[in-house]
Design a protein around this ligand. Structure first.
Ligand code: FES
Length: 650
């Protein structure tokens, strides 16, 4: 990925070579339909090749049609910024919105434009950087084989030593080396300060660090073999950060922490109700999550021995509310109709702006959101699960407090958000707990006994979400719970499942079933109460209702589904058979259900390690049709229907 250049290899203009790895099949696009027999002639440097192309052809397409390797990552959509060319010999066209977004003011003034955004002009001379990117396919921790083409590039240069005959500034001498390979890039203040600190050793060779189309750092000597970035999944409950090696794609360290905002409520709705108190409260929540991120960074750096100034870029995914709070924007309007966020676009800023303890000029990239309740974390999930490109009809669910659901029908994506409440996390369950040591995570109900798997072994202390799903699924199968969700009375169980009758504790709230211990000592027993089953019904009913609404919207039936993907921490632990048994997901067969773990976090890593993936993440929201459940006319009926359990199969 990183590249060494400089006088040791001869002057850059002579030694620079095009990166043919980027000369991917060109994206054919005509800007203006013009009679094809009208041709224009232009010249490309540094190849010094004159070409003739039909008028209206973009500079990028013209270059690719003649094998001039102008770089592209986004295939001409104007989103990657890698196709920049310097225009000479003609009037430089006015910059459009994509030029302004991807190029610096200085580049625009000097005559740089995006090759994909402008038609070739008669007599124009286009100079393109010869390319500093390399693309490799590597095995990355947890991501399998990925295309490693990070936004961060490092170039080693050895500028000429100054003398009384050449008093040009250090930066000018470096630019002379860099211009042909990297184009006209601006240094950040941080980079200039670091260059100044290197002082007279500059002519012994320095490494230029490029990220986000700027030079973010200058390091003494050749450090091209080393570079890091961090990818974060900012969850409402937990924040996970991974320090990734940008040269190998490997994970260097990972750390997680409870989101510091937990003091202000357990879900996004309560967090937003806090931010409604005023700007000081928004700042408080913003600082709380940034504190957590700083702690995670410190932990990763300590584990790996990586220095803060070696972390050159950071990517973030999170739900829309978390992303708003991360960047310091008040999310409270998302909480009430018509549920409007401040932005859903990707946000870029610097580590210094967020007060993060890495290289201050390191670019920060915050993933785009698809909608108010389908955030950057779900964009990350869609990216890592390759939604929109899989075969067949695929349903993907991130099961959590807020259930986010995406349905792929061919290339079309439909999404919705279903507020499931905290039951899947073991909260609001009478003896519920998080998936921690002591929690029951698996339940098997036999004819006259119950077997439990407890996290960490030992005595059961409570039941977590996956245990709850299992318990209800098993009691349904055993006939102790009716498809309506009612826990059968003692008399009824004596008939339907006599071996389990001694576990029923009747009471005026609907009774309880003893999972562990004895009904004769209810105060020490681990019990599943009728209200707990009700809570699970509400949670699963909300998600299943979302699934059903999306299927209807896409004109599909449950049996048309080819695959169901379960994401998120809970999704990884839930037993597929249990998910089908309680009707959380349609019955596609257990073999068609796949758990993908922390898919959102994987998406953040992909966006860090691969500019190609990042461009795709930016494209994904535009392909999503968002369905607002509360706007569905017969939502209440759908919800009531979805709360019921399927009749157990014999
Ligand atoms: S190819 Fe022009 S911006 Fe990506």
């Amino acid at each position: 990925m990183f590249r060494a250049l400089g006088r040791a290899l001869g002057p850059v203009r002579r030694s620079g070579r095009a990166n043919i790895g980027r000369a991917t099949p060109p994206f054919r696009r005509r800007i203006t339909p013009i009679a094809i027999d009208v041709c224009v002639r232009s010249r490309f440097l540094p190849e010094d090749r004159e070409i003739e192309t039909p008028a209206g052809t973009t500079v990028l397409d013209a270059a690719h049609e003649h094998d001039v390797p102008v770089e592209t990552v986004c295939s001409g959509k104007g989103t990657c910024g890698t196709c920049r060319v310097l225009i000479r010999g003609v009037d430089v066209p006015p910059p459009n919105a994509h030029d302004r977004r991807r190029l610096s003011d200085q580049q625009l003034v000097h005559g740089w434009r995006l090759a994909c955004q402008h038609p070739v002009a008669e007599g124009a001379v286009y100079t393109h950087p010869v390319g500093v990117r390399t693309v490799r396919v590597v095995e990355s921790s947890g991501l399998g084989r990925i295309r490693l083409d990070p936004d961060v590039q490092k170039i080693y240069v050895k500028p000429a030593a100054p003398s009384l005959h050449d008093q040009s500034a250090d930066w000018s001498r470096i630019q002379d080396e860099l211009a042909a390979v990297a184009g006209d890039l601006d240094p950040t203040l941080e980079a200039l300060a670091r260059l100044a600190a290197i002082g007279e050793q500059v002519s012994e060779g320095v490494t230029i660090v490029i990220a986000g189309n700027r030079i973010v750092s200058v390091e003494p000597g050749d450090t091209t073999a080393r570079g890091f970035g961090m990818a974060f999944d900012v969850g409402t409950t937990t924040v996970v950060g991974a320090l990734m090696n940008l040269t190998t794609g490997e994970e260097a360290a990972v750390a997680s922490g409870l989101n510091g905002q937990h003091l202000y409520g357990g879900d996004v709705i309560s967090r937003m109700s806090v931010t409604m108190r005023g700007p000081a409260w928004v700042r408080r929540l913003t600082e709380a999550v940034r504190d957590t991120i700083r702690e995670i960074i410190a932990a990763c750096l300590e584990k790996s021995g990586v220095a803060p100034h070696e972390v050159y870029e950071l990517t973030f995914v999170g739900n829309t509310v978390m992303e708003h709070l991360l960047i310091g924007a008040d999310p409270s309007r998302i909480s009430y109709s018509p549920f409007v966020p401040t932005t859903v676009d990707p946000v870029t800023c610097t580590a210094a702006e967020l007060g993060l303890n890495v290289l201050p000029s390191a670019p920060v990239w915050v993933a785009p959101n698809a909608a108010s309740y389908v955030g950057g974390d779900i964009v990350g999930m869609m990216l890592s699960a390759n939604l929109g490109r899989r075969r067949g009809n695929v349903l993907a669910i991130d099961v959590g407090t807020n259930g986010e659901i995406v349905l792929q029908k061919g290339a079309q994506l439909y999404a919705t958000a279903a507020p499931a409440g905290p039951a899947f996390e073991g909260a609001e369950i009478s003896q519920g707990m998080r998936a921690a040591p002591g929690a029951v995570e698996r339940v098997r109900v036999l004819a006259d006994d119950v077997e439990l798997d407890v996290i960490g072994g030992g005595e059961p202390m409570g039941i977590c979400g996956s245990g709850l799903v299992d318990a209800v699924a098993e009691l349904l199968r055993a006939g102790a719970v009716a498809p309506s969700g009612r826990l059968l009375s003692l008399d009824e169980v004596q008939t339907a499942a006599p071996g389990l009758a001694h576990r029923i504790i009747p009471d005026e709230t609907g009774g309880a079933f003893v999972l562990s211990g004895s009904a004769d000592a209810p105060e020490t027993a681990l019990k599943l109460h009728a209200q707990d089953i009700r809570q699970l019904q509400l949670a699963k009913g909300s998600i299943r209702c979302g699934v059903n609404v999306l299927l209807t919207h896409a004109n599909l039936r449950a049996e048309d589904l080819d695959e169901v993907i379960l994401a998120g921490a809970f999704g990884s632990y839930i037993d597929p058979a249990g998910a089908i048994a309680i009707g959380l997901v349609p019955d596609v067969g257990v073999e068609a259900i796949r758990a993908v773990g922390n898919a959102a976090g994987h998406g953040a890593r992909m966006c860090l390690l691969s500019l190609t993936s990042r461009v795709r993440a930016v494209d994904l929201p535009a392909r999503v049709v968002y369905v607002e459940l509360s706007a569905v006319p017969d939502f209440q009926d759908e919800f009531a229907l979805a709360m019921g359990f399927p009749a157990p199969s014999c």
